[in-house]
Write a protein that binds this ligand. Structure first.
Ligand SMILES: *[C@@H]1O[C@H](CO)[C@@H](O)[C@H](O)[C@H]1NC(C)=O
Ligand SMILES: *[C@@H]1O[C@H](CO)[C@@H](O)[C@H](O)[C@H]1NC(C)=O
Ligand SMILES: [Zn+2]
Length: 451
């Protein structure tokens, strides 16, 4: 049945343009596609009539008039290691390379056991959906069966997901790696075949080619993945320039290119369906190359702070026309919530501007843009997702704030504008305020969700 969503609509139209519509209606057809957005209307019924939807041909979902609630687009997590979820918060004083060896590889290697995979993957999907993430770009592990299971579980839960089997045939521990180039190739193809079998058009789950990072792959594997991506049009995700020791390692290992970004580019891995996580220490030339190729950056502020990697210059990237979305980078990052990550992005941008250059500063509107439209761009889905413009899909959250009994003390009389409420939400909200979550027009999670 068609549905009219009526009430307050908040969504981003452009980087600094967050639209707040206090009395709007969105008409969504049977297959989850938005047919109309009425920015200002009296009622759901008035809107339906205007668009010639006969009475009885649609149902109505209203944001709760008794409390403060609004519809907001679903979040994009453009970089999350599903397999690392058990390690959130565990990183001690490590930085990237010793963190991988002491925390990450031992955990990931345990996913040879499908019971472990089932348990962790079910939870990470439920937790991220419950926190409003309607699309996630996941890294699994090297294991084929476990990676296929992650795809099965995301499809079943109704979460849009890119599913990446980690390729790592070089410079990796003996107990956790692709033993040969051929092993990596065979396993990669098996995962693509499985996902294509369960979701032939890749509408909800889509395979994503995943060289773990340049330092854990041979040149042959990188270039084979690049070619595969060209031939199949499948997207690519990997890491770039997260940590200075890593940058040096890549430089010494792959002497065929003159920069980290150059390594990926020489192997055909930099294109407009490529997600690059971190991008903390890029040079001006690398920024220009990435902009030219149309690749996107997953900005992971919580992880970059936790692992002392550095502060990504988001405005500097955006100024050059580079696409940017947000990533939790669980478990380099300690939270699976994109709302929390948006908060961190805002703070990191202020740390950068404390060095004297105000132009680094990101606003509330801007970080919420990165969390939605920016993420959609980075995932190559901006024609389909990211906000509530007609023609896009209804991937949405109903956010409910509490002005009466709130432990964070929202005093209705001190809030002059709807923008103030959005600010209260960004800094004080959490998963309890995610009342309902829809993907593709279907209700899939939220505190008011019962299946
Ligand atoms: C949201 O994420 C937090 C932090 O991990 C988690 O504790 C919580 O259970 C998640 N919410 C839901 C509804 O799953
Ligand atoms: C989020 O929801 C909880 C539970 O209803 C409420 O206590 C809290 O005040 C809400 N947060 C905000 C920012 O309104
Ligand atoms: Zn990562």
């Amino acid at each position: 049945m068609r549905t009219v969503y009526f009430g307050t609509i908040v969504h981003s139209l452009a980087l600094a343009d967050l639209q707040v519509l206090p009395s709007a209606a969105v008409g969504v057809d049977e297959d989850g596609t938005i047919e109309f957005l009425d920015p200002n209307t009296r009622s759901a019924e008035a809107s339906a009539e205007k668009h010639s939807w006969p009475v009885g041909s649609y149902s109505v979902v209203s944001s709760d008039p008794a409390s403060v609630s609004f519809f907001f687009p679903g979040f994009f997590d453009t970089h999350i290691h599903a397999s690392q979820y058990p390690n959130v918060g565990l990183f001690g004083k490590t930085t990237l390379l010793d963190w991988l060896n002491s925390y990450t590889f031992p955990l990931e290697s345990s996913f040879a056991d499908l019971k472990v995979a089932d348990n962790v993957y079910s939870r990470v999907i439920a937790r991220t959906l419950g926190n409003g993430t309607t699309t996630a770009a996941y890294y699994a592990t090297v294991h084929t069966a476990g990676t296929n299971l992650l795809a099965d579980l995301a499809l079943k839960a109704g979460q849009r997901a890119f599913i990446g089997r980690c390729c790592m045939d070089a410079n990796s521990p003996d107990y956790y790696c692709d033993k040969t180039l051929e092993d990596a190739q065979k396993a990669t193809l098996e995962v693509i075949e499985h996902i294509t079998k369960i979701d032939p058009n890749h509408d909800i789950v889509c395979p994503i080619l995943t060289p773990r990072f340049a330092a854990s792959c041979s040149k042959e594997l990188l270039c084979w993945l690049g070619k595969l991506s060209t031939n199949t049009n499948l997207p690519v995700q990997t890491h770039i320039s997260e940590n200075m020791l890593e940058v040096e390692l890549v430089k010494s290992m792959h002497t065929f290119a003159d920069s980290y970004a150059g390594v990926y580019d020489k192997c055909g891995l930099l294109h407009d369906q490529t997600i690059l996580a971190h991008a903390v220490h890029l040079t001006d030339d690398e920024r220009a190359l990435i902009a030219k190729r149309g690749s996107g950056i997953a900005h992971c502020p919580a992880s970059n702070s936790a692992l002392t990697s550095g502060e990504t210059r988001v405005k500097w990237l955006l100024d050059a026309g580079v696409k940017v979305g947000l990533g939790t980078d669980v478990s380099g990052g300690f939270t699976p919530s994109i709302l929390h990550t948006a908060r961190q992005a805002l703070l990191v941008s202020r740390h950068l501007s404390m060095e004297g250059d105000e132009s680094h500063k990101l606003s509330i509107e801007e970080v919420l843009h990165l969390a939605t439209v920016g993420g959609a761009e980075v995932c190559g889905l901006s024609n389909k997702l990211g906000n509530f413009l007609p023609g896009k899909k209804w991937d949405a959250q109903l956010i409910t704030l509490d002005c009466k009994n709130s432990p964070v003390d929202i005093f209705p009389w001190e809030l002059k504008t709807h923008e103030d409420l959005v600010a209260k939400w960004l800094f004080n909200g959490d998963d309890r305020n995610v009342t309902k979550v829809w993907v593709d027009g279907k209700l899939v999670a939220g505190t008011a969700f019962t299946s």
